[in-house]
Ligand binder design. Structure first.
Ligand SMILES: *Cc1c(COP(=O)(O)O)cnc(C)c1O
Length: 221
């Protein structure tokens, strides 16, 4: 039962850690069931899919976009999205700002950092992210708020490695908080941890765990 798994998860989460129920590829009926159990934050990774779902579901749902976002699709998302986890270039951040300005919103964003040893995952390297922040250009973007960082660990059974990767993201969060965001209370999020590694992520300071399979079962792509 979806509701039971939501409740199990919630009882495991320490204070200050929020659950993003990753509902990608699952039908609105499954989301409605989680909603009935009290879940309000849902994560999706395809623009078309999240746009269609949000029209059909209650308006107090917080939609988090966790996928790779193409600049040409930003405009569909900004009218309703609560948090974009996957900002992986300055160009994308600037596009979110531009589109958010058009609809008179300020959209919360996380900087996606590449922490896995795999080549395939998106994200800034830590050095690229420092360089982007050093330019200071982002300070002119008044329709986005950088609220923290997001990362995905390597898909491996080696949980020690996973924990090290999460620890490196936590350390990076503290570094950039100190250097660029020390005086903003909203820079506080570390989005890390999925179904198979959220325990390790929480141990390393995650504030947002993104859990799909554990709640909804396997996805049919
Ligand atoms: C699909 C996805 C998740 C959820 O993964 P599960 O293994 O199903 O919990 C989390 N984060 C991102 C970025 C995803 O794409």
């Amino acid at each position: 039962m979806i509701s039971e798994r939501i409740n199990t998860l919630k009882s495991e989460l320490p204070q200050g850690v929020r659950l993003v129920a990753v509902s990608k590829f699952h039908p609105v009926e499954a989301i409605a069931e989680a909603y009935e159990a009290g879940q309000r934050i849902f994560g999706e990774s395809k623009v078309q899919e999240v746009c269609a779902k949000q029209e059909l579901l209650p308006k107090d749902i917080e939609w988090h976009f966790i996928g790779h976002l193409q600049t040409n699709k930003v405009k569909y998302l900004v009218p309703f999205v609560t948090l974009i986890h996957g900002i992986d270039s300055y160009r994308l951040l600037a596009e979110v700002d531009k589109q958010a300005a058009k609809v008179d919103r300020v959209v919360d964003c996380l900087l996606q950092i590449h922490i896995a040893r795999e080549e395939t995952k998106f994200g800034f390297s830590m050095e690229e992210c420092r360089q982007m922040l050093t330019t200071g250009e982002w300070k002119q973007l008044h329709h986005v708020r950088i609220c923290g960082v997001m990362g995905m660990a390597t898909n491996t059974e080696d949980m020690k490695q996973v924990e090290e990767e999460f620890a490196s993201l936590s350390a990076f969060f503290r570094e950039i908080k100190q250097r660029w965001f020390a005086d903003v209370e909203y820079f506080k999020e570390i989005s890390m941890g999925m179904s198979h590694d959220y325990h390790q992520a929480i141990a390393q300071g995650s504030t947002l765990v993104r859990v799909g399979t554990f709640i909804f079962g396997e996805r049919n792509y």
